[in-house]
Design a protein. Sequence first.
Length: 277
Amino acid sequence: MKKIVVPVDFSDHSLYALKTAALLAEKNESTIYALHMLDMQEMSLSESEVYLHEKTAFLLKLAEKRFHDFLKKDFLNNVRVVPIIKHYKVFKEVEAVAEEMNADLIVMGSHGASGFKEFFVGSNTQKVIRHATVPVLVIKNEMTNIDFMDIAVATDFSEESIPAFHKLLKTLEPMNARKHIVYVNAPFDSFKTTPEMDALADNFLMKLEGNTDRKINVHFICARTIMKGILDFSNSVGADLIAVITHGRKGLAHFIEGSVAEDVTNHATLPIISFKI
């Protein structure tokens, strides 16, 4: 984990993300790419080209100063930080920078979304999770250490998720934490009998690693919704991190089927790390 991208909007939650990234960077000798996206959408198209150029230059200088001041933090003293400013505020830009830098991880702060915003719009964090091919670590509160001991790993045991699960294991392995693999059996979500769940897990693990040794860490639980099952299970095992795999559905498919990863990210208080199929 040598390159970490952290979107910064000067909020408390982006500060939490930056602090967490600094802890990771110190531990892994990583470089932090602090990304600020300057929102230029409010500029009027009727304004002259010269005026727009001058206004852009002024706002850019202002953002650079604020960004520079924001990054003057003691917890960054022993970490290499590369500031990046982009001229447009688009969630896809986070993914673009992560790919350009060949980043290993995106760390974002989030307070979640609810009600109308959650259903129709979603938070910027949700959108990054939906699109990013790089693992995304979402921070909800200020963290003082990253020594995760118990990780709840949610899976649907689908064959298409095997490559993402490989990436998940590779990313989490250095943490030396206990990994509690959970499959949530929910009504209206292809409810399965116990033998069916056993067969599903066995087939998945055999294709994943050629054996079923991890079956000892697999838990089958029933819940009214998959999200609630994941959150309740995480609490029951005392997890300090939740790992989820997202299908990255977009457009109509996302509107109809939704995303368990985004729902969990929205409602959890624990940090969440997501891996896209």
